[in-house]
Design a protein around this ligand. Structure first.
Ligand SMILES: [Ca+2]
Ligand SMILES: [Ca+2]
Length: 383
């Protein structure tokens, strides 16, 4: 069998007969994948095939010539290099976390053969690589359900608490943050009442016009983190510990998101979500775990109005000759305030030549000594 390449061949199928294809196929380009359902059966265009190690078997009603293009793959060989290694599980984790530039063979990655590529596949692959008992063969099939004893034990335990006022459910909470435009604020994602998980994939959405994700700091409390390598919305957080021998029971902070506030906002939501149907949160028994989700909000602080103070007041004066020995004395007091603004108060007085005296300008008393009919000898604020 040719791995990771395409094969192009003619297959002649007889009524009720079978055709065996082994490794002697010509490599061509093609876009036809062999897909296997949970029973190992494949149906396409009226014929069916059964995949067995090393060959493909077809049966068909009637006699016909079938032209097929096949792309062969190994289950678990996510990167099509012909080997199933730790690299495959790492690449699959990154793909699940929506890393940029990561491509996978989705058929090969669907190691439980359910037609979807999810965290469950990554978990199964890690266990396969760690040689867990029951995970030797891919595609993996879920063993029969655990005994019902465990279920009734759980119900007996939990029912007395159901009516309790303080009954609380597992939750994932995002903290709120406030700051000024241009500041970086911290938002913590916290688990409460964590019943124990080995893997979790969370989607994070936020308004990119209001806030910018600047950094993601994992707390190291949920094992291996594969958070998305590009900071944009939607963002993906992923913890994947497929081969962990125990659940991660940490309650409290698990990751900190650093957001830069880009513009004024009364409360820009940071929402979290996960796909329960596709098993985004799993425990060691590969059972889905449900959490309540509580979003957080980033708000800008109301602009604080510092009281504006008077910084200084500077008087200036000028004299302009009028009729006889009369002159006009114009005094201006320029006030400067702490916010940089200025205010001018101007008064004009009729004075004699060489007059000296104090004059009221606004709330100021200004002393001015003049000489002749156009000169200022002194000018200062008395009070
Ligand atoms: Ca590989
Ligand atoms: Ca799958």
């Amino acid at each position: 069998m040719i791995i990771g390449g395409d094969v192009d061949c003619n297959v002649i199928v007889n009524t009720g007969g079978t055709v065996t294809i082994d490794g002697k196929l010509k490599v061509e380009s093609g876009d036809f994948y062999i897909m296997v359902d949970e029973q190992g059966l494949f149906k396409q265009d009226g014929f069916s095939s059964v995949i067995k190690p090393g060959y493909i078997e077809y049966t068909i009603d009637g006699t016909s010539t079938v032209w097929v293009k096949l792309k062969a793959f190994i289950y678990g060989d996510v990167n099509d290099d012909g080997r199933v290694t730790l690299l495959d599980s790492t690449i699959l984790a990154r793909w699940l976390a929506m890393w940029e530039g990561v491509e996978i063979n989705e058929a090969a990655a669907d190691v439980n053969g359910d037609g979807r590529v999810t965290l469950l596949d990554q978990t199964v692959l890690r266990r396969h690589l760690a040689m867990w008992e029951g995970y030797e063969i891919l595609p993996w099939q879920r063993p029969p359900q655990v005994s019902p004893v465990q279920v009734s034990a759980f119900m007996a335990l939990s029912s007395p608490f159901m009516l309790n006022d303080t009954f609380s459910v597992p939750a994932i909470n995002v903290s709120n943050a406030t700051g000024k435009v241009g500041e970086i604020v911290e938002m913590r994602i916290e688990l409460s009442e964590n019943p124990g998980i080995i893997g979790m994939r969370l989607g994070i959405e936020y308004d990119e016009s209001k806030i910018r994700l600047a950094d993601v700091i994992d707390g190291g409390n949920l094992g291996e983190a594969y958070h998305r390598n590009v900071y944009s919305s939607p963002y993906t957080l992923l913890w994947a510990n497929g081969a962990s021998a125990t659940n991660f029971n940490h309650s409290g902070d698990v990751v900190t998101l650093l957001f830069e506030i880009l513009s004024e906002t009364a409360g820009s939501p940071v929402t979290i979500s996960y796909d329960a149907v596709n098993g985004d949160v799993l425990d060691i028994d590969l059972k889905p775990v449900n959490f309540e989700m509580n979003d957080g909000f980033v708000s800008t602080l109301p602009v604080k109005n510092d009281p504006i103070k008077l910084v200084n007041a500077v008087p200036t004066a000028s004299v302009k000759k009028q009729n006889g020995n009369k002159n006009d004395l114009t005094i201006t007091v320029t006030e400067t305030y702490s916010d940089g603004s200025t205010n001018k108060i101007t008064e004009t007085f009729s004075i004699n030549n060489n007059a000296a005296g104090s004059y009221q300008v606004g709330t100021y008393i200004v002393y001015v000594d003049t000489k002749g009919n156009d000169q200022i000898r002194q000018c200062y604020i008395v009070k």
